[in-house]
Design a protein around this ligand. Structure first.
Ligand code: ADP
Length: 951
């Protein structure tokens, strides 16, 4: 289990500690039942031996625990520490947890109480017994000196009798006899003379023992030596009898003389009347199961409850202090011993009481309280359990109800009783269930509504679920009024939708409700009859309550949805907002319908435009599938296109150039000339269709340019023929004009005319040459590719132009970015002409003292040639057309220069023939820069005749 206490228990060392704790009560109970004897004896045995046994077992457990702990830490996997942990029963059940926690505390408390009870009872019992022993021993102790002193005094009294000193024989015996009868203390008296011969005795009968015991013999010696009085204990007369005490007294006539006679007086301890208080004290101990023992100065037993023990010695260390101690008998039973020395004498009293006696007493003290504690504990646990049951039962019940609610079963209502916490919880759950259910129903209805709205663009289909949902709120009539919108030309009539049993009854209110809804978004009338600003015509059916919500969507008002109630109804906040949501859906449906209609009209218009346009139009999607082709396209591209919508265009169009155009991924407009099967030439222009910045296909429009092409060819042929034919007459004219001077002298005026003629003819000849060049270049003949070292070539013609520049005082310079001599693959004559034209123009259109710089750059793969001047510049209006044939700048300064307007056209033709380009940057009055770029290597000639020419 994953609970903290269990995870601690998984540590072997901790478990060992817990086991030691558990073992203690287990051992005590076990020892109690295993041992024999009375309950008290067994209990005493169990408790007395518990500390030793438990210490031993604890040692074993700790060593084992330590060993196991090391194993567990070293080899966690085989030990099983890696397994997934589960929640413990106390984690799973509230009741178990409560019982586990409270139960544990209760049990600990119970044990503590019981143990405390036992300890207190045990201590009390022991104290009681001790007190009793002590008082008994004290009493016995006081009796001993009295007994002994009495004996001594009596013996001395006898010795003081004058007759005892002097008389002997029968008379002495008589005397002793009389003495004995007077004080019945001694049961035997012997009188010895100096020779230690017995001279008198009592009783006089000869059967009485006359021998002296060894102690007495010594005492006799001492008495004759001057010791006045002595006491000795002597064995019983017969085995099993009681011990006796012998008093030895010296008989002397005067204190200064040594005694001549000695009296030995013996008395039996048990029969002596003076010893009776002592004996009864000792015997009293047996009432509590103990033994009272009297010891003499040699630790010999003078009195013992069992007579066989008399005169044996007892191993008790003599001391002057009274004391308690525990003693274990050979049979294992424990005794409580009290030792009391007799004051003034070296005798002592020893009282022993079995320890079980104390237990017995403790049991009798503790048992009722323990039974009561146990009883109370049982009652407490049972009532706890019962009390918990009621709580956990209702909680469990509640949990299963909550489970049901969480699974969506909301039909089952909770029985609510009681006002306590559980009752409150049940009530809260019930309220939750009810509101959840109604919310769910509302949601379901809304879902149906939005499904209806989403699934259909038809207004009737979309609005139907909305009206049904309103009707479900208890309305008798639901009406939707939607006047036609201004944009919907031709749809003048209003749209009306109605549902419910009284749907026709309140038709006459439509207009009024709609009017009011124009100014108020919501109209809530709980009592229609009393509503201000609302007029009801008499004699017509009247609703009790009414609610209307205008249909607005994105700042557009589509109409009003209103519901009539035959019963008066109070509209709660939730009802109104539900209705507002529903009308929002209705407005959405209206908006969708409106949008659809607008889009449809737009689409139809577009279709009409496309159908009527004579230019073929193709539209593709981003996957290059044909989306649309107009009838003109069907005619031109074949019937397959007409029926092939949705198919990949590769399968529909065979013209490679057109396919390239349509499948091009360029983001810009792309154009190409396309030759179609019927020998017609089309200029196809494809542009990407962008939606949110992404290309979603292309639109391609084809324009028939066959006619322009033919015209162009005709024009070129005409110009070529004319210029060719003009060349010989011009040469002739120039020749004859120059020869005129040689033929005869001409006057000044004639010479001037001839010069003008020659100037005009030269101009015309140059133009004709240019035209022929252009024709040659455009016809594509004579492009002879060779590898040219460009800087050399450049230097050559710049040298030629240097003269022209210096005449106008123009600073002409050449800059080259490369030190090495790169080469280019091109037609040398054409390239030189293009460069020449640019530099010549720059000199031509730069006034005196200007500057012209020609720059040569070799970029990767291309040669870049730039000519910069600070001349007259070009007006923005002229810039786009400058490269057209015969186009000349409109400025006066430009017009003043000789020119045909063909130079730049030639440059562009040459650039294009080489796959390059030419462009310009210019500012009027500041100068211009013309740039020419030619690829360093010419591609292989294109295979197809209609290769696209990208513009
Ligand atoms: P032409 O020079 O024979 O007129 P071009 O085709 O060479 O014909 O030039 C066309 C026109 O471009 C010129 O008439 C002139 O107006 C303009 N033009 C060309 N080069 C320059 C230049 N470097 N600076 C200003 N205008 C220029």
């Amino acid at each position: 289990y994953r609970t903290r206490s269990f995870s601690l228990l998984r540590e072997p060392l901790f478990t060992a500690l817990v086991l030691i704790l558990i073992y203690t009560p287990v051992f005590i109970v076990d020892a109690f039942f295993v041992s024999s004897g009375s309950i008290a004896a067994r209990l005493d045995y169990a408790i007395a031996s518990a500390p030793y046994v438990i210490a031993a077992v604890a040692g074993e457990l700790l060593i084992g625990g330590l060993f196991a702990q090391v194993l567990a830490l070293s080899f966690p996997a085989p030990w099983g520490r890696r397994q997934a942990l589960q929640p413990s029963p106390s984690e799973r059940s509230l009741e178990v947890r409560f019982l586990f926690n409270t139960g544990a505390i209760t049990v600990i408390l119970l044990i503590a109480l019981l143990a405390g009870d036992w300890v207190v009872a045990g201590a009390a019992a022991r104290e009681m017994i001790k007190n009793r022993m002590k008082s008994t021993a004290e009493m016995a102790g006081y009796s001993v000196p009295f007994f002994l002193e009495t004996g001594q005094n009596l013996a001395l009294q006898i010795s003081d009798l004058p007759a005892v000193e002097s008389q002997s024989g029968e008379a002495l015996n008589e005397l002793l006899n009389a003495q004995m009868r007077a004080v019945p203390y001694f049961d035997q008296i012997l009188l010895f003379d100096i020779e230690k011969t017995l001279i008198g005795r009592y009783p006089a009968s000869s059967g009485v023992e006359q021998n002296l015991y060894p102690e007495e013999a010594i005492g006799l010696e001492l008495a004759f030596g001057g010791v006045l009085s002595q006491t000795y204990s002597i064995p019983p007369l017969s085995p099993g009898g009681s011990a006796r005490v012998s008093f030895i007294v010296a008989v002397s006539s005067s204190p200064n003389q040594l005694p001549e006679r000695v009296i030995v007086a013996r008395t039996n301890l048990e029969t002596n009347p003076f010893s009776q208080p002592l004996l009864s004290s000792l015997k009293a101990v047996s009432e509590v199961g103990g033994e009272g023992i009297l010891l003499d100065d040699n630790q010999r037993i003078l009195y013992h409850p069992s007579p066989s023990m008399v005169m044996t010695s007892l191993a008790v260390a003599p001391s002057t202090e009274s004391r308690f101690f525990d003693d274990t008998a050979p049979n294992g039973t424990r005794n409580l011993v009290y030792y009391q020395p007799v004051t003034g004498r070296s005798w002592s009293v020893v009282l022993t009481v079995p320890a079980q006696q104390a237990q017995q007493l403790a049991i009798s003290i503790a048992a009722p309280l323990s039974a009561m504690i146990l009883g109370l504990a049982v009652v407490a646990l049972v009532s706890l359990r019962m009390g918990l049951r009621t709580v956990t039962n209702s909680l469990q019940n509640l949990a299963s109800e909550a489970q049901r609610i969480s699974q969506g079963q909301l039909d089952h209502s909770l029985t609510v009783h009681g006002v306590d916490e559980v009752g409150q919880l049940r009530r809260a759950f019930e309220q939750m269930r009810v509101s959840l259910q109604s919310r769910l129903e509302e949601l379901n209805r809304l879902l149906l509504v939005s499904q209806g709205v989403a699934s259909s663009l038809d207004m009737q289909d979309a609005i139907q679920p909305v009206m049904e949902a309103v009707l479900a709120t208890g309305a008798s009539a639901v009406r939707v009024v939607m006047p036609s919108l201004e944009e919907d030309a031709g749809q003048e009539q209003n749209h009306l939708y109605a549902l419910g049993p009284s749907k026709e009854k309140y038709t006459y209110l439509d207009e009024q409700v709609y009017r009011l809804s124009q100014t108020q978004e919501r109209l809530v009338l709980t009592n229609v009859a009393r509503a201000r600003g609302f007029e009801l015509s008499a004699g017509k059916p009247q609703p009790a309550s009414l609610i209307a919500v205008s249909l607005r969507h994105e700042n557009r008002n589509y109409g009003v949805l209103w519901a009539a109630y035959d019963q008066t109804r109070l509209f709660a906040e939730a009802d109104v907002s539900f209705l507002a949501t529903l009308s929002g859906q209705a407005a959405l449906a209206a908006s969708n319908n409106h949008l659809f209609r607008t889009a449809e009209v737009g689409r139809q218009r577009l279709a009409a435009i496309l159908a009527s346009t004579p230019d073929p139009v193709l539209v593709t999607d981003q996957y290059n599938r044909l989306l649309l082709a107009n009838p003109a396209a069907w005619q031109v591209l074949g019937a397959a296109v007409g029926t092939g919508e949705g198919k990949p265009i590769e399968k529909l169009i065979s013209q490679a150039s057109l396919l390239d155009l349509l499948t091009s991924t360029s983001a810009d407009k792309v154009s190409a000339e396309v030759n179609l099967l019927n020998n017609q030439v089309y200029l196809a222009t494809a542009s990407p269709v962008l939606a949110e910045g992404h290309s979603v296909g292309r639109v391609c429009i084809l324009r028939d340019v066959t006619h322009f092409k033919e015209l162009d060819t005709m024009k070129t042929e005409f110009v070529n023929t004319v210029s060719h034919d003009l060349r010989s007459p011009l040469t002739l004219m120039r020749g004859y004009a120059t020869m005129l001077e040689m033929v005869g002298a001409l006057n000044e005026q004639q010479q001037g005319y001839v010069k003008k003629i020659i100037f005009g003819v030269e101009n015309m000849a140059r133009m004709v040459n240019n035209l022929l060049d252009l024709g040659r270049i455009e016809a594509g003949v004579g492009l002879q590719l060779e590898t040219i070292p460009v800087p050399d070539m450049l230097e050559r013609f710049v040298g030629a132009l240097q003269l022209q520049a210096s005449q106008k005082k123009i600073e002409l310079s050449l800059q080259s970015s490369e030190t090495s001599i790169p080469t280019i693959e091109a037609d040398a004559a054409l390239l030189q002409q293009a460069m020449y034209n640019l530099v010549e123009n720059a000199i031509k259109y730069t006034p005196q003292g200007g500057r012209v710089t020609a720059r040569l750059k070799f970029l990767p793969d291309v040669l870049s040639f730039e000519v910069e001047d600070n001349g007259i510049g070009i007006a923005p209006i002229d810039q786009p057309r400058l490269f057209e044939k015969f186009y000349r700048g409109g400025q006066r300064e430009a017009r003043e220069q000789k020119g045909s307007g063909l130079g730049l056209a030639i440059v562009r033709s040459i650039a294009e023939r080489h796959g390059g380009k030419v462009w310009l940057e210019s500012q009027l009055g500041r100068g211009s820069t013309f740039s020419l770029q030619i690829p360093l290597h010419q591609p292989k000639p294109p295979k197809e005749a209609d290769a696209p020419r990208l513009s």
